[in-house]
Unconditional design. Structure first.
Length: 669
């Protein structure tokens, strides 16, 4: 009897669910390719405790709730996050004197898993097991390892008329006849909206293969690769949302299209803000695509865009002016940019901003002054870096051309941006060390240059013999090794890495030409983490390297950057970090108020202060200008509560801060 069958039998025997409710759960489990217990929890037919009590009865193993009681820290060191996720287990209790560890497991009859744990965990400790459902174990890992907020479960009674209809035989046959029609997967957080959209698509002859509540659920849908299109709620998950992009590579998903429910249902035209962001996002995407093989120009372009955006925001320009500066920055560094600038019809007057020679009126536009000041700074940085190494050098070299009026204000604002950058320098700067082994891996190859431009420290060695000595003296965070038919040295290198306790956990990738594709099985069997065949997509490779390092390498904690809000206020910190596409946590303390802001890949995803969370908390924290701040790299994030674009949030925050300052000034008068 399978696990699902045992659970189903126990549910019916105890009367915990009706036949109809159980059928609903089974239907959803089948549709979403989920275990029955996950389906039951998702549909809120039972809570974690009720499910745990049933499992206790099935397996005759004690159940203990996991969410509210924090496991001992010393036990979390013995069972780290990677181990808990790999085996779907959770540490419950640690008897130090008795050398006994109690672990929650979803299937106490799984002897193979228990035997593996006995070999992995310290032999001096005896193991005992309790039982809990997979959903509860995963939720406990999120709360107690990843720091996500714990919210007490609220039971929501489903209406009596709620049902998931089982297709009749004639409907099934009709579906087979129409198998050639378009197939889609819908990413929509709201169940009711998904049902409505599915009904509309069915009427139009479109088949819905599955439903994902969020990006992570996409990979659980077994038919994902058979879909023609993935429909994503653009209001909940923005088109430039990094996780959507990653999954597009990871799961080999089909084309992605975004829909906007409010605009569709209410017949509203997109706002100026949405149109401006869409245009800038599209232009940025096209420019980055053309510069993929020119990492130096790519780096310069991204820096130019970043500084232009920071100066514009810091000066409090209007949204249209900020968009004009940022768009001009994207268009000013490549041949494609010049073509687009001449052919895109915009209200920004891009010609006046981009042209080198203009009459006096054109030269006065503040957008132009910002762009060309930043370009001048970057030119000098490349040709004579010693002249602009510090603030004094910048003032001496560039300052004389920006002495009076508005030009002086632009220059001083830019200097402040550079000063802020220096204060925050080092947050998430180096992503890790990469060792590349192989005669075909040249130090100036596209692969090496791309990894360096992404922030990795790269070492290239020609032979496996050279690599062995290097690895054991300076263990890298990941190894990429070339392999060819009849060359056994790379195999020996991988075995040596796996057999050494200091490097056994180091990610190891093999890279081969087409004629070496048959070596994949042997390489993976000896312990390689991945086997790549040329040509390797640089985007996919950097994604895999980043994932491997972040999941396998445990880095020491750091205090990050600390300072006084009097030197750099909260708004400046948030602007500087958010426009840098970094993963950080910002902690702010002022007059007894303590709050946190989480930024993932440059997107503000969560903020909390006191009982407030989301945008309300973010805007309150943006107004702090006294107290202390700390900025640290972050790899574990809470549940997302902020969905607005970074630019919109920064501009709205700046507006609210200005209003508050104006009110304070009036009160002083």
């Amino acid at each position: 009897m399978t696990r699902n069958q045992e659970l189903k039998k126990c549910i019916l025997e105890t009367g915990r669910l009706t036949q109809e409710q159980l059928a609903q759960a089974e239907d959803y489990a089948l549709t979403m390719n989920l275990p029955l217990d996950e389906s039951i929890v998702f549909l809120q037919l039972m809570d974690y405790s009720e499910l745990g009590e049933l499992l206790e009865k099935i397996y005759n193993t004690p159940y203990s709730p996991l969410l509210e009681k924090r496991p001992p820290e010393e036990l979390k060191k013995i069972i780290p996050l990677s181990l808990a996720e790999k085996f779907t287990i959770f540490p419950v209790q640690y008897d130090v004197q008795g050398h006994a560890i109690t672990i929650a497991i979803d299937d106490p009859t799984d002897e193979a898993k228990k035997e593996q744990l006995a070999h992995i965990l310290p032999p001096s400790n005896s193991l005992a097991f309790t039982v809990a459902s997979r959903p509860e174990i995963n939720r406990a890992i999120d709360i107690h390892y990843k720091g996500k907020n714990y919210i007490h479960e609220i039971r929501v009674e489903l209406p009596k008329e709620f049902t998931i209809v089982t297709p009749k035989e004639e409907e099934t046959s009709q579906r087979k006849e129409t198998s050639g029609r378009k197939k889609v997967i819908i990413v929509e957080p709201d169940l009711g909206r998904f049902r409505a959209l599915k009904t509309l698509l069915t009427i139009e002859g479109v088949e819905t293969l599955g439903w994902a509540q969020g990006p992570e659920e996409l990979i659980k849908i077994s038919d994902a690769q058979n879909a023609d299109l993935v429909l994503v709620n653009g209001e909940a998950y923005r088109p430039d949302e990094s996780r959507i992009k990653e999954l597009h590579f990871e799961a080999d998903l089909p084309s992605i299209s975004y829909y906007y429910p409010r605009n569709m249902l209410l017949g509203r035209e997109p706002s100026y803000r949405a149109m401006g962001e869409a245009l800038i996002s599209l232009v940025g995407f096209l420019i980055k695509k053309t510069l993929k093989k020119d990492p130096l120009t790519m780096k310069r372009t991204l820096t130019l865009v970043r500084y232009c955006k920071l100066v514009s925001l810091k000066m409090g320009l209007l949204p249209a002016q900020i968009d004009a500066v940022v768009l001009a920055a994207w268009l000013s560094t490549s041949a494609l940019g010049s073509i687009l600038a001449k052919n895109i019809d915009t209200p920004y007057g891009l010609g006046e901003i981009l042209a080198k020679d203009l009459d006096e009126r054109g030269k006065q536009r503040i957008e132009r002054q910002i762009l060309w000041l930043v370009k001048e700074y970057l030119d000098i940085t490349e040709s004579h870096p010693e002249k602009v190494r510090d603030i004094d050098g910048i003032r001496k070299t560039i300052g004389p051309r920006y002495k009076t009026g508005q030009r002086r204000i632009v220059f001083e604002t830019f200097v402040q941006v550079i000063r802020d950058e220096g204060l925050l320098e080092g947050i998430g700067k180096e992503k890790g060390s990469v060792l590349i082994v192989g005669e075909t891996m040249e130090p100036d190859s596209e692969l090496v240059v791309r990894l360096k431009s992404e922030g990795y420290r790269v070492q290239v060695l020609e032979t496996s013999h050279q690599a062995i000595g290097y690895i054991f003296q300076s263990p890298p965070d990941i190894i990429l090794c070339d392999i060819a038919p009849y060359d056994k040295e790379p195999i020996k290198l991988c075995k040596a890495v796996r057999e050494n306790p200091d490097t056994s956990n180091t990610p190891f990738f093999f890279v081969a030409n087409k004629d070496g594709e048959h070596l994949a099985t042997e390489c993976l069997e000896i312990g390689a983490d991945d086997f790549l065949v040329r040509p390797v997509d640089p985007d996919l490779l950097t994604l895999k390297v980043g994932r491997a390092i972040s999941s396998r390498v445990q880095r020491p904690s750091t205090k990050g950057i600390e300072g006084s809000l009097a030197e750099m206020n909260a708004m400046d910190i948030i602007q500087s970090v958010a426009t840098g596409e970094k993963n950080v946590k910002i902690t702010l303390e002022s007059n007894g108020i303590k709050g946190r802001i989480f930024i993932k890949a440059g997107e503000i995803i969560h903020a909390e202060v006191g009982v407030l969370s989301g945008e309300e908390a973010l805007f309150q924290l943006m107004g702090l200008h006294e107290g202390q701040f700390q900025v640290v790299s972050c790899s574990s994030f809470p549940q997302r509560t902020i969905y607005g674009s970074t630019m919109s949030l920064l501009m709205e925050g700046a507006r609210l801060v200005d209003e508050a300052n104006a009110t304070d000034e009036m009160e002083d008068l």
